[in-house]
Design a protein around this ligand. Structure first.
Ligand code: FAD
Length: 469
């Protein structure tokens, strides 16, 4: 396939059918015909500038895209990197170490979303001389201690700069700008990213010897899905900060009186700031998937299987009660495993050996959605005769228990409705346009799988609340 055919194919399949996750990989090659733009729904998307204006590099654009046809899948990429030194599990991918714990030194845990390991690993790679630069996501005003939007991929080269990048950004980000910087500045880099972004980096490395040489470590984040910018706006609007006034957001404020999964959201507007427990905000139920990119429903990688190490939240009963946050950590690279083991011996990390079964348990819901129910979503897309990316799981026309199929259909509906209705809400300057559209579907979704007894109790509770008013 010629370069021109490959870029046209990428445009006609992934992009035309809404599977672009906006990672930016296709816009990285010199004089790429693609550019990354923020669409009306608050999602980064690739856009073909002009199929005839491309030249210097002979790239296979389809094979740069994590959802492109003919790209190697996560198993195939990971096998090249890790198969000789790691064991393999079909949920977690390759592993040579599985841990749960947190950073005991410095302020990493306090400034992180979870146990602080994300920032710690990047910092340790830098301070032990294994890399010269770190590529991570932070606010452009992070140096002033602000969580202002937009969040962007940036290059850091000191501990102080790295620490400013702590916290999870449930917000659109893209790699093309920062990877151009990497290409123009020699050195050894570590890059942090969501599973599909790390896959993109591996695909870019296969076509770009400079990126292959310079990006020495890929640090993955466990991923449920990526959100559009409207997710942040929808939460802030419920706190009284309208979308056009929103200046900053922190999605993971730890609440010392609550378990780790009961965190709060901070939002700052032109007129003030607020912190509200996230579970009191409509649309924040992660499982329901409001404001999710469509691509995320067609991704089967939870544990960033192509990354050298992956960090997530240890959502396990034995850790979740600790409001300060605990990481689940899966290592695949021997150097990173050794950094963790050494720091544990030195008392700088508190890390338990977890075992792969527990790591799987910590992401139970995400894995079921991504690795099993994806087959049903593929089946439903194929029924429409539309193009669907090839995944490791094939189409399946049934799920067990039966209500799971309805839950999947409602999740898809919630995703679509959240995007459409929030755009209308913004245009009308009326938050209720969004909430009143999505709420009835969310109520049906929440009822799925609950026993008659549970539903009766909820019904009676609602009646009691109404009569008490
Ligand atoms: C969109 C998204 C979905 C997630 N889904 C899950 C999930 O379902 N289950 C789960 O257990 N964990 C999930 N995580 C990971 C989790 O939220 C924490 O990021 C992780 O546990 C690391 O926390 P920490 O305290 O160790 O890291 P921190 O010290 O807080 O460091 C986090 C690092 O990640 C970088 N970063 C933040 N946001 C992004 C981003 N969007 N893209 C790339 N890099 C980023 C930061 O710059 C920083 O370097 C998700 C994260 C994101 C961004």
């Amino acid at each position: 396939m010629t370069t021109k055919q490959s870029l046209q194919a990428l445009n006609d399949t992934v992009i035309a059918n809404g599977y672009c996750v906006g990672c930016g990989a296709c816009a990285v090659p010199d004089q790429s015909p693609f550019k990354i733009v923020m669409d009306d729904y608050g999602q980064y998307q690739s856009s073909l500038k002009d199929a005839n204006v491309f030249a210097t590099t002979q790239n296979d654009y389809e094979k740069l895209c994590p959802f492109g046809s003919g790209t190697p899948n996560e198993d195939e990429i990971a096998k090249q990197h890790f198969s000789e030194t790691c064991d393999h599990n079909n949920q977690v991918g390759y592993y040579n170490g599985v841990f749960a714990g947190h950073v005991a030194e410095g302020d990493f845990r306090n400034q992180g979303s979870s146990g602080g390991m994300g920032t710690w690993v990047l910092n340790e790679l830098l301070s032990k001389g294994l890399v010269d630069y770190v590529v991570h996501v932070k606010s452009e005003t992070a140096a002033q201690g602000l969580h202002n939007i937009p969040f962007k991929y940036q290059v850091s080269e000191t501990l102080e700069e790295i620490q400013q990048g702590g916290k999870s950004r449930y917000y659109p980000i893209e790699l093309s700008e920062v990877l151009k910087t990497v290409r123009n500045n020699p050195g050894r880099y570590a890059v942090v990213g969501l599973p599909c972004f790390i896959k993109s980096i591996r695909l870019l490395q296969a076509q770009d010897p400079i990126l292959a040489e310079r990006i020495q470590y890929c640090v993955g984040l466990v991923c449920g899905h990526l959100k559009s910018a409207h997710y942040a706006q929808s939460l802030a609007w419920q706190m009284g900060i309208a979308p056009q006034e929103l200046e900053g957001v922190d999605f993971r404020i730890k609440d010392r009186s609550q378990p780790a999964n009961r965190y709060s959201t901070y939002a700052k507007g032109s007129t003030g700031e607020k912190v509200v427990p996230t579970n009191q905000l409509f649309g924040a139920d992660w499982g329901a998937g409001a404001f999710k990119y469509k691509a995320c429903d067609f991704c089967d990688d939870v544990f960033a299987e192509t990354a050298d190490v992956v960090l997530g939240d240890a959502w396990l009963p034995e850790y979740v009660q600790d409001s300060y946050g605990t990481n689940v950590v899966v290592t695949r690279n021997q150097n990173i495993r050794q950094l963790i083991v050494n720091a544990r011996t030195e008392g700088r990390l508190e890390m338990d050996d977890l075992g792969v079964a527990k790591a799987v348990q910590s992401q139970d819901a995400g894995l079921r959605h991504r690795k099993i129910a994806i087959g049903y979503r593929i089946h439903r897309e194929q029924m429409t005769k539309a193009w669907v990316p090839t995944k490791r799981t094939g189409p399946i026309n049934t799920l067990s228990p039966r209500y799971e199929m309805k839950r999947q259909r409602l999740r898809t509906k919630l995703r679509l409705l959240s995007h459409e209705s929030f755009l209308k809400a913004k245009r009308k300057s009326e938050l209720l346009t969004y909430i009143n559209t999505v709420q009835p579907v969310y109520a049906r979704y929440s009822r799925q799988g609950r026993s008659f007894f549970h539903r009766l109790i909820s019904f009676l509770k609602r009646r009691l609340i109404i009569s008490a008013r």
